[in-house]
Write a protein that binds this ligand. Structure first.
Ligand SMILES: Cc1cc2nc3c(=O)[nH]c(=O)nc-3n(C[C@H](O)[C@H](O)[C@H](O)COP(=O)(O)OP(=O)(O)OC[C@H]3O[C@@H](n4cnc5c(N)ncnc54)[C@H](O)[C@@H]3O)c2cc1C
Length: 414
């Protein structure tokens, strides 16, 4: 049964769920079982050796967890962002790298194809997404990260289609994916501006695509980022997800709005990792004593746990608001998504840091899982738009008179 507090827009339809309904409870249990049984035992090895989490991929496919957000007509369960967040949180609780495999399908190119793509694209790629084939997204370039408008990726006319010239950096799962959503400039778009930016879906088995390298990282070591080169790759009109109009930045705006799914998924993974770290630390406090006093009885440490719990729940409520506002089949709104991402990123850093501290020297040891969560959430603060970029957006939006959903805000004249 679902109970709820009334959401910011006041009606029951916007209620933030305080309990899982039957379907969500079953989904959470499934994800938690897979996480604890099939993923947790291997996660330290993937982290240590930096090998791709293949067993995780196989377990997630077997449990059909990749189907969650894919439409029913394409072989999926047709669920929304709330359900996606449940799975991502549960997986990230034991291993963020494994959660990212689902994030790539739930909130990556397949969701964009479903919402923005033509029927050919949907028929071609969505059944593969539901079956657990991986997809990746290529936005970042060596000289264009936060400033996506500086991208060099572009299309050159070629008969009834184009040739793609691009070099994309930091593409999560790029060396394992079947297709990449590549953001690029359409012919006539002005370099250094948003004009003409759109996106195409590239089959990564096509001639001209190559994996130029992979990154060695601090965390998230079970899910590698690749550099992908696209040298004159043929793009047909049917491969276009969002056409770039050389006269304006409408294509870029559409793509950026859709990234809110990814931002919310990123936030959910932060919550999961932090939840796992906090629970591990609390269990440790029950077992470990300092002299004759159990750690759990030391008030200074109880206060830490209190602060961690409050921060985590506050961030979770912000994320829930964005997810509830998305509804089923919609997209989380930009201001609420950016606020949620900032809160979840910063809270996860703080909670994982304090959890590590609560374990003392053992927290710093790689034999315990908390330091891995600490390293993993660090990367999530950079991916899907850095904390600073989210702050830029939130600050300018508030000062321009935009208010987040909720009755408390008075419009400041702009
Ligand atoms: C784990 C991980 C996974 C990723 N996966 C993908 C992926 O799948 N696909 C993809 O395309 N990219 C991916 N990225 C890349 C990521 O999106 C970029 O790293 C990010 O957008 C920042 O770009 P940058 O690294 O070029 O940093 P820069 O843009 O050079 O920024 C450097 C620093 O300056 C700050 N900064 C930049 N501009 C401003 C500003 N205007 N105001 C205030 N501060 C600013 C940034 O916040 C940052 O702290 C991933 C990154 C990580 C770490």
């Amino acid at each position: 049964m679902t109970s709820g507090i009334h959401g910011a827009r006041g009606g029951g339809a916007d209620a933030i769920p305080l309990a899982d309904d039957e379907d969500r409870a079953a989904l959470r249990k499934l994800a938690r079982d897979v996480a604890e049984r099939d993923i947790a035992p291997h996660a330290p090895r993937w982290d240590e050796t930096e090998e791709f989490a293949e067993e995780s991929l196989a377990a997630l496919r077997k449990a059909e967890l990749f189907t969650v957000t894919v439409g029913e007509e394409y072989g999926g369960m047709g669920m929304g962002d709330l359900e996606a967040a449940i799975v991502l949180e549960e997986l990230a609780r034991v291993d963020v790298s494994s959660a990212i495999l689902c994030q790539l399908v739930f909130n990556g190119p397949p969701r964009a194809i479903e919402h923005l793509g033509n029927e050919d694209l949907r028929q071609r790629w969505l059944p593969q997404a539901a079956a657990g084939e991986l997809f990746c997204i290529g936005i970042t370039e060596p000289d264009a990260g936060s400033a996506a408008t500086a991208m060099r990726a572009h299309l050159v006319p070629d008969g009834d289609g184009w040739r793609l010239e691009a070099y994309k950096n930091y593409v999560t799962g790029g060396h394992k994916a079947v297709a990449c959503l590549v953001w690029c400039r359409f012919p006539g778009g002005e370099t250094g501006t948003g004009k003409g930016i759109g996106a195409v879906v590239v089959d990564l088995s096509k001639p001209g695509v190559s994996v130029a390298g992979t990154h060695r990282k601090m965390g998230l070591r079970g899910c590698t980022e690749a550099e992908l080169a696209f040298d004159g790759v043929r793009i047909d009109p049917a491969d276009v997800l969002v056409a770039g109009d050389p006269a304006d930045n409408s294509g870029l705006k559409t793509l950026l709005a859709h990234i809110n799914h990814e931002r919310c998924g990123n936030a959910a993974m932060c919550l999961g990792a932090a939840q796992g770290a906090l629970e591990y630390a609390m269990a440790y406090m029950h077992e470990r004593s300092s002299g004759r006093t159990p750690l759990k009885d030391l008030q200074g440490l109880q206060w830490k746990v209190a602060d961690m719990g409050v921060a985590l729940e506050g961030a979770r409520l912000l994320l829930q608001r964005a997810l509830v506002l998305a509804g089923r089949g919609g997209t989380p709104p930009p201001l609420e998504s950016a606020m949620a991402k900032i809160a979840c990123n910063l809270t996860a850093k703080q909670v994982c840091d304090e959890a590590l501290q609560l374990l003392g020297g053992y927290g710093y040891s790689r034999e315990y899982p908390v330091e891995r969560a600490y390293r993993d959430v660090r990367g999530l603060c950079i991916g899907a738009g850095t904390v600073e970029i989210q702050r830029n957006f939130v600050g300018t939006a508030l000062l321009a008179g935009r208010t987040p959903a909720g009755p408390a805000w008075k419009k400041v004249p702009s």
